[in-house]
Design a protein around this ligand. Structure first.
Ligand SMILES: *Cc1c(COP(=O)(O)O)cnc(C)c1O
Length: 433
């Protein structure tokens, strides 16, 4: 069903295929299922945990029977929970071992594996539009690259993504088109939204989206929290706490849903960059969306977190919600200082997003907190070497998949930040076919 509850309830397949609900709300399950931690196979892989965790959401659906295969196809890499030797009780949940070195790979690959299996009435190619502040676009491109009858059009703000992010976005070719927009991320998002809502354009060019509000991206993200927390609980018999670097609240929402479902997750804290919408809300102010400001943790430059509506749906009692969650801002100076001090003192290297979460933990430790915390590492530092290397004074080793992408030529078309320009560009593809 939709968070606004004025659209008809749909099956999970339909919700995944549609992305956004027709009333403009976000799809949510009618009720979050609960699971006994003992129901999970203690020796199961991440894909196995995912299949058990997600089964209740798919019960009775056309994709139910395929769910284990979808999980096996999507989760071909691990999400290890790695203890930091220099800091007892501190663990890193590493979510950057996928093809594009950021956590977006989990959601994008699961969504692609679902869409591949869903029948479409239209025989024409489906165009997937995606606006990205850097990491989503590459993950979606990698997940759909060379998939028959699908084309992906990525819009990113020219000059506002890291050089390596830009290279990744432009290196696929084939059925992937990268458009560098002379504007900001908000422009890219607006252009995608206007195009998707343009009925005449839809009739010519069938389109769908793959943005972070899709249930097909949110649900699979619960899997790594479940897997890590279950492993910890079996070994130590205690709950695991998480600090999640947050922008649109997609990754954090998944953690909270997993906790609501009964997984052994303790406290959840949100680490934000200088964009203070959530920290202000959790410190007692009214919810006040605003324009995003640019920071070193660019994938979290969000002033109006798109999953906020899901958070409110999940926790209707505002007073309880404010007790349940904490959110803090980490400014660019603190991000720099965290990257520098951890590298120099302990040889640990973090991407700017991960550094916001580590900064929050450093703050807790300084205040005397000695409990076990998992810091969620959302991207590999090598993706943000232009920020990280000048601070650490050392090159960051590049993961194999990223280095293969950087070795390929990259190309992006420039486009004005205008809805008309995108419309014309999309129609051009149709003429060429
Ligand atoms: C997308 C992204 C985030 C923010 O995730 P949300 O789900 O939008 O909160 C954090 N870090 C990195 C590296 C990202 O790509």
């Amino acid at each position: 069903m939709s968070t606004r509850a004025s659209s008809p309830a749909v099956s999970i397949s339909q919700a995944i295929a549609a992305g956004l609900a027709p009333d403009g709300g976000l799809y949510v399950p009618e009720k979050l299922p609960t699971l006994d931690p003992a129901a999970f196979d203690p020796h199961g892989s991440l894909a196995h945990t995912a299949a058990t965790l997600l089964a209740p959401f798919f019960a009775g659906d056309a994709l139910a029977y395929e769910l284990p295969a979808i999980c096996a196809e999507a989760f071909t890499f691990d999400a290890p929970l790695r203890p930091l030797p220099a800091h007892p009780g501190t663990l890193m949940l590493e979510l950057f071992h996928g093809p594009t070195s950021a956590f977006k790979d989990f959601g994008a690959r699961f969504l692609a594996a679902c869409l591949r299996r869903l029948p479409r009435a239209d025989a024409r190619p489906l165009t997937i539009l995606v606006a990205t502040s850097g990491d989503t676009g590459a993950a979606v491109a990698a997940a759909f690259h060379r998939q028959p009858n699908v084309r992906v059009v990525i819009l990113y703000p020219d000059g506002l993504v890291s050089p390596r992010q830009a290279h990744q976005l432009g290196c696929f070719g084939d059925n992937i088109t990268a458009l560098r927009v002379a504007g900001r991320f908000d422009d890219c998002q607006r252009m995608v939204k206007v195009a998707l809502n343009d009925a005449a354009l839809q009739a010519e060019v069938p389109m769908s989206s793959a943005n972070s509000i899709s249930l097909g991206r949110l649900l699979p993200q619960m899997s790594y929290y479940a897997h890590a927390a279950l492993g910890w609980w079996r070994e130590h018999g205690t709950l695991l706490n998480f600090i999640v670097p947050t922008g649109n609240l997609g990754n954090a929402m998944a953690c909270l849903w997993a906790r609501e479902m009964g997984l052994p997750i303790g406290e959840v804290r949100l680490a934000c960059n200088a964009n203070a919408t959530l920290p202000d809300y959790f410190s007692g102010h009214d919810y006040q969306p605003r324009e995003a400001v640019a920071t070193l943790a660019n994938a979290m430059d969000v002033g109006a977190p798109s999953n906020f509506e899901r958070l409110r749906w999940t926790f209707p009692d505002e007073t309880k919600l404010r007790h349940l969650l904490h959110a803090h801002c980490v400014d660019d100076d603190s991000i720099r200082q965290t990257i520098t001090s951890h590298a120099h003192e302990h040889g640990e290297v973090f991407c700017p997003h991960t550094a916001t979460a580590m900064h929050e933990l450093d703050r807790l430790r300084a205040a005397g907190d000695a409990s076990a915390w998992a810091v969620v590492a959302t991207a590999h530092a090598a993706k943000f070497e232009s920020v990280v290397e000048p601070l650490t004074g050392r090159p960051v080793a590049i993961p194999t998949a990223l280095s293969a992408m950087l070795g390929r030529p990259a190309e992006a078309e420039s486009i004005a930040a205008s809805d008309k320009a995108l419309r014309a560009r999309l129609l051009l593809d149709r003429v060429e076919r």
